[in-house]
Design a protein around this ligand. Structure first.
Ligand code: HEM
Length: 266
């Protein structure tokens, strides 16, 4: 009985997917977007990038929900967080998710970076993906740091102040950096506005397209060491060699370069 019901529900699901596929092509598009072959060895380590992506998405979603109640002024910031934790519906859960997922994100992004380093994924032709990754980890770190300051309690306040002081030692632009981060000579109401603008607007606005570039480059080159990459490239190379032997030089796209000349000669 249960088996028959399950089979029937599965059948409806399949019919619905077929119906959607015929009209929108959404099923094949999703498959194309989601499936990326990975090397058979150490395959679980290749989930760390997707885990990072999942945690960042969670940060965006829970962050937007927190914005419904958070007030970015020195008088009200801490109180608004207290309100979220004690009065707002699911406030404690959503803030808890935002906080713990931020911590986990830093850990997972670090592991992802170590994995890509150890598997040599920074080598040609993936150097740009590594460079983009370095910017991503920098932005994620500054986001975590600025989020900490948004509480505007003693810990958050002093962490930002000390961080700003350290960055004042940057050669040449040190004094500009500290004024920008504090919004003046010392920490005050303008500092919180700056931190808020950074955490909620500027950094996410840079982060989101950079993640897009990162994923585009990943799809362009495939996972380093995935068997399909070598077998496909090898097959293309063999075909090219064969054509070169038969026709002379061959263009990048596999077209015969000097076909016209041959016909004239003939
Ligand atoms: C917002 C942060 C990041 C996100 C969302 C992200 C996402 C991803 C995803 C989904 C993949 C494919 C799955 C995998 O290989 O695990 C990937 C691959 C890759 N990532 Fe990241 N990543 C991030 C940060 C970084 C960092 C910090 C680095 C290094 C500095 C990095 C370097 C790479 C490289 C080189 C690849 C290609 C891997 C290969 O071909 O073996 N990524 N990333």
């Amino acid at each position: 009985m249960i088996a028959r019901t399950t089979a029937r529900i599965r059948g409806w699901g399949r019919d619905l997917m077929d119906w959607m596929e015929e009209r929108t092509g959404i099923v094949s598009l999703t498959e194309k977007l989601l499936y990326e072959p990975t090397p058979a060895r150490g395959r679980w380590l290749y989930t760390l990038g997707s885990a990072t992506l999942f945690l960042i998405t969670l940060q965006f979603l829970t962050g937007i929900l927190l914005l419904f109640y958070y007030v970015p002024t020195t008088d009200n910031a801490w109180d608004s967080i207290h309100y979220i934790m004690t009065q707002a519906y699911f406030g404690r859960l959503i803030r808890g998710m935002h906080f713990w997922s931020a911590n986990l994100l830093l850990f997972v992004i670090g592991l992802h970076m170590v994995r890509t380093f150890l598997s040599g994924s920074y080598k040609a032709p993936r150097e740009m993906n590594w460079v983009v990754g370095v910017f991503l980890i920098l932005i994620v770190t500054i986001m975590a740091f600025s989020g900490y300051a948004l509480r505007w309690d003693q810990e958050g306040f002093w962490a930002w102040e000390v961080g700003a002081m350290i960055s004042s030692y940057t050669p040449l632009i040190g004094s500009w950096v500290i004024t920008t981060l504090l919004g003046g000579d010392t920490a005050g109401p303008a500092t919180l506005s700056r931190v808020f603008a950074l955490h909620v607007w500027l950094l996410p606005a840079v982060l989101a397209p950079l993640i897009g570039v990162h994923l585009y480059l990943l799809r362009k080159h495939g996972e380093f060491g995935a068997t399909f990459e070598y077998s496909e490239r090898l097959a293309a190379l063999r075909k090219r060699r064969q054509m070169e032997e038969t026709f002379g030089s061959v263009e990048e796209d596999g077209q015969v370069a000097d076909a016209g000349d041959h016909s004239q000669e003939g």
